[in-house]
Design a protein around this ligand. Structure first.
Ligand code: BG6
Length: 481
């Protein structure tokens, strides 16, 4: 017996240019914000260096060199049976400074080649237009998304790639994890904004809520403009928002904890997707702005643009839930993807402290779908783990267990009535970690020989999970144990 997924379900994997491509200054590419981030670890934060330092190691610069190895990698994805492949276009490969009048033809030709190769194997491209890699020149010139100027830069760039790939790309995600900008860490990571000159990535101490929410407003307009423009370029295009979704659990059944969980859900999860899916700011936004001294500069036409540029599908990353407590004194805290909370006594965690909760995925899919009722995609999920490379492979049963439990949860959600159409686990091939810059926090089905100091051959090897995922895709589901 099989826990079968719907016909034409899009099984695949996900990556992002800055963590995967390398070739950071090749063929005319400009510097991206991600290129200025040094390597860190779980205990050592990455630094933002406004000027590249010769004695520093920058993991994005070579990453795992997809730029030169795309044929080999796509052949491996095809061997697993991928139906789709999520990748981002490096904005500064196309517009090196963000403000250029002409695109960089060499950059466009790279994605021509990638898309051509995907087509060869019938793999549907799923393109993220902006994934944590705005051109750094925009940061230097006008602090990136702080400025309305960034809207035009983004629309020009998106127009170029949508026109170029209009025949071959159908699915577009406008911004990766747009709601990371509701948290201080999103300021530089997602929006390329330097809040001060501390030079510290993940800096929670220095923050400007005003700046982040204004930047989000600019991104909502940019996203909506691109949706409208894209539908003119090709009416068959499908656009998605992308939310890092955390189901919020109250630590106890006290009404205060339950209410706090609801508030976190509203502002952390739904603020952005309500705008992008429903086309308007949610009812709870006004009070949040007032209480947090946020005064948005909204021009006359903005709300109309947002209204007319709603997305077709909802996509999300899901790594862990967040547990919240109104009285958290004395409680142990944990930190996961972008968001932290109190330790949940019922959950185990990865070595990096990210809690593991497959049922939370079923809960989340149901919760979100009942709000929007549009097709959904899980475009990131997975476990970052230290792999032991022995005899040219990795026996990664822990990864198989993790993914199997999450696939089972998705299957259950589909039985619950959720219209889930795609699953692209994160880092289907080992790549650079966004939060720590490490290589050794690995997610892949494919092992890449490279360590945290940048040493290694970059050769690729199939892990045990490679063959397991191949079997899942072949059977379009899980065998019932
Ligand atoms: C998401 C991002 O936040 O999580 C990815 O969209 C990132 O870019 C992924 O890599 C996993 O996080 P990390 O920090 O383990 O790489």
């Amino acid at each position: 017996m099989l826990k079968k997924f719907p016909d034409n379900f899009l099984w695949g994997g996900a990556t992002a240019a800055n963590q995967y491509e390398g070739a950071y200054n090749v063929d005319g590419k400009g510097l991206a914000t991600s290129d200025m981030l040094t390597a860190g670890t779980v205990d050592k934060v990455r630094r933002i260096t406004p000027i590249l330092e010769s004695n520093e190691y920058y993991p994005s610069h070579e990453a795992v060199d997809f730029y030169h190895r795309y044929k080999e990698d796509i052949a491996l994805f095809a061997e697993m049976g991928f139906k789709t492949f999520r990748f981002s276009i490096a904005w500064s490969r196309i517009y090196p400074n963000g403000t250029d009048t002409e695109p960089n033809e060499m950059g466009l030709q790279f994605y021509d080649r990638v898309i051509e190769e995907l087509k060869k194997y019938d793999i549907e491209p799923l393109v993220t237009i902006s994934h944590y890699e705005p051109p750094f020149a925009c940061t230097e010139e006008f602090n990136a998304w702080e400025s309305r100027r960034m809207i035009d830069c983004y629309v020009t760039y998106a127009k170029t790639v949508m026109e170029r790939y209009k025949a071959d790309v159908k699915y577009w995600i406008t911004f990766n994890e747009i709601n990371s900008l509701t948290r201080p860490v999103g300021a530089y990571l997602e929006a390329g904004m330097l809040v001060d000159d501390s030079g510290t990535f993940n800096n929670m101490e220095v923050d400007s809520t005003q700046l982040r929410y204004q930047a989000l407003h600019h991104q909502f307009i940019a996203s909506a403009k691109v949706v409208q423009l894209g539908k003119k370029i090709n009416p068959d295009f499908k656009f998605g928002c992308m939310i890092t979704y955390h189901c919020n659990y109250p630590y106890t059944c006290s009404p205060e904890d339950i209410f706090l969980a609801q508030q976190e859900d509203q502002m952390g999860n739904f603020y952005c997707s309500d705008v992008q899916v429903r086309g308007e700011y949610p009812s709870f936004a006004k009070r949040f702005w007032e209480e947090n001294n946020v005064s948005l500069a909204i021009q006359d036409e903005d709300l109309d643009i947002i209204k007319k540029g709603t997305v077709d599908f909802y996509s999300m990353s899901y790594y862990q839930p967040t547990t919240v407590s109104a009285k958290n004194e004395g409680l142990e805290t944990v930190y996961g993807n972008i968001v932290g909370g109190v330790k949940n006594p019922y959950l185990k965690a990865s070595e990096w402290g990210w809690e593991i909760d497959p049922l939370g995925l079923r809960y989340s899919l149901n919760h979100i779908y009942s709000r929007y009722q549009i097709p959904m995609m899980v475009v990131e999920n997975g476990i970052g783990a230290r792999d032991e490379f022995v005899n040219k492979t990795v026996e990664d049963d822990y990864r198989i267990d993790y993914l199997e439990a999450h696939i089972e949860a998705m299957w259950q959600a589909i039985q619950d009535g959720v219209d889930l159409i795609a699953y692209t686990p994160w880092g289907c091939i080992d790549l650079v970690s966004a939060s720590t810059g490490e290589m050794e926090k690995r997610y892949g089905f494919i092992y890449v020989d490279k360590d945290n100091d940048g040493q290694g051959t970059l050769d690729r090897f199939r892990k045990k999970s490679f063959f397991w995922y191949q079997d899942v895709i072949k059977h379009n589901g899980l065998s019932v144990k």
